[in-house]
Unconditional design. Sequence first.
Length: 446
Amino acid sequence: MRESDVVVVGGSAAGITAAITARRHYPDRQVLLIRKEEQVLIPCGIPYVFGTVGSPDKDLIPDAVLSKNGVELLIDEVTSLDRDKSTLTTAGGETVAYDRLVLATGSLPAMPPIPGFELENVFPVFKDVSHLRLMQESLEGVSDLVIIGGGFIGVEFADECRKALQANVSIVEMLAHCLMLAYDAEFCSKAEELLRQRGIAPVTGAKVERVMGQKSVEGVRLDNGETIPAQAVIVGIGATANVKLAESTGLPIGTTGGIVVDRTMRTTDRRVFACGDCAEKLSFFGGRPSALKLASIATAEARIAGANLYGTRRENIGTVGVWSTVIGDTAFATAGLTESVAERHGYNYVVGAAESINRHPGGMPGSHPMKVKLVFEKRTGVILGGQVMGDKAAGEVINAISACIQRRMTAEDIAMFQTGTHPALTASPIAYQFVNAAEAAIAAAQ
Ligand SMILES: Cc1cc2nc3c(=O)[nH]c(=O)nc-3n(C[C@H](O)[C@H](O)[C@H](O)COP(=O)(O)OP(=O)(O)OC[C@H]3O[C@@H](n4cnc5c(N)ncnc54)[C@H](O)[C@@H]3O)c2cc1C
């Protein structure tokens, strides 16, 4: 029987980070990571395999990240877990004993029971190299592609496939707008305008009733009676937690389908932790269950789990929800609550927005407009969320906004921010969008 102080099951964002963190915090402990796939994809890079990056082989996390940090690797599938004996067994016939166990088994693509999903050329997005290779081969020569789901995965796939295949690409989204779970309507409308300019057809407020075809896909029928021709369909409608192993050993599962953990990422078994897409999440805002699944959340949770294996050192403050995407050269980024979500949750809120060119003077190379919208709780002035659209710096500006949210900063704090600026790199200090959006909210609240 093989033994290791710490065993991590799962070799992607959460598993790797938990294993490395365990080694950093407990350098005298052995850490063994078990994962089932030979090669691990950079999950967020998957849509770019189909265009910019060109191949799954160019979207891999090197195993050196494990060996450099003294993490042992076993490529095998864990098939059962005996918590009484503190052992795991694998498909390859190994039995592994652990002292501490981290479950980082991730998620699988959501596939609702829509008729026709079983047809050839209907592709869920598995994080698997051979699946992506097959998808890539099958998409070659396709002239009509339908993407189901207008979230960030659907939008990124549409943009990349349109570039690479020159096919007619439609996105079917049942909500009123694409990206609507992450942005307010004015940002979504701009995103849809950009998609149209890039030759992509967003079809919103419509549900796919069935995928049509005999053996392979021939089209997609919508609930409004419309039919869209298609030789291939990509399904990007979310992910469900992969909790098979946890469930089989009686660990409780939460309301959004993840493994129940406390704020230290410990399950109900004190020697078993869970993190990443497989773990249940609570929102930073009011502690409601949160179904968000992001690599940024997975790695933050993994840093908590890894640090707490032999003594509580970190606690999870809850899921803020920070992420970004890009259409052409226009970035969209979001953190915390949008105005529409704040309204839905009954907050008394005030918003402020500011837009300006991201260089000064505006004739400097790389100039691009950037808009920042911030949402504050009205009585206290505490920031609830932010959205950024425009220059690619949005991807980092939103991280600064997220820090403000996590520290519960107020509009006044942000209005007095000391920001660094440079003509070639940022907006003018007079027109700095983030600070001016806070000033606009302060004015609106009076
Ligand atoms: C197309 C796409 C684009 C995305 N883009 C972004 C983005 O831009 N930003 C962002 O923050 N998030 C993004 N995400 C979400 C992100 O990919 C996930 O949140 C992240 O992968 C979660 O990491 P994880 O380690 O928890 O789970 P997973 O990545 O699902 O990994 C689970 C791991 O567990 C292993 N495993 C499972 N069961 C077993 C078993 N029984 N035995 C052994 N190994 C097992 C799997 O093989 C895998 O290694 C994207 C997702 C997709 C699909």
